[in-house]
Design a protein around this ligand. Structure first.
Ligand code: ATP
Ligand code: MG
Length: 132
């Protein structure tokens, strides 16, 4: 089994889209191992997206990710990282394939509803970041 971190971002939480997202996750064969709702601090959001700190959208991204609570979810499945990124679709919902979560519910490139780890190594780091 492989692991990945999903985050239900503030836009998804504001819309209360938990049931929709978790039902898609279940249908795609993932197991939820741990799950928690929390409010990211400025410091924690900055650290989580540290890799993007030099990008022009960094400050807005941090502002968005701290604009309301998020739900962090530890998922397991075979080939979890790639399978989950396929399920959520492209970063920009305008480019996300029909049937993906982002195509279905995301609002914009910034408010794109879900995060998924992008490698096994980052999944490990990100799960450790939230679940210790
Ligand atoms: P995530 O890491 O949230 O799962 P991703 O891996 O698909 O998304 P990244 O390149 O890691 O995309 O970007 C992280 C987040 O930063 C994106 O989800 C998006 O909200 C935001 N972002 C990425 N590129 C841009 C951009 N050009 N303008 C504004 N926001 C952006
Ligand atoms: Mg990413």
């Amino acid at each position: 089994m492989n692991k990945t971190l999903m985050i239900m971002k503030p836009d998804a939480v504001k819309r209360q889209d938990f049931a929709y997202i978790l039902s898609r996750v279940k249908s795609a064969g993932f197991t939820v191992r741990q799950m928690r709702m929390l409010q990211l601090s400025d410091e924690k959001a900055k650290a989580f997206y540290e890799v993007h700190s030099e990008r022009p959208f960094y400050n807005d991204l941090v502002k968005f990710m701290t604009s309301g609570p998020v739900v962090v979810v530890w998922l397991e499945r075979e080939n979890a990282v790639d399978a989950f990124r396929e399920l959520i679709g492209a970063t920009n919902p305008a480019d996300a394939a029909v049937g993906t979560i982002r195509n279905d519910i995301a609002e914009s490139l910034e408010a794109n509803s879900t995060h998924g780890s992008d490698s096994d190594e980052n999944a490990e780091k990100e799960l450790n970041f939230f679940f210790g």
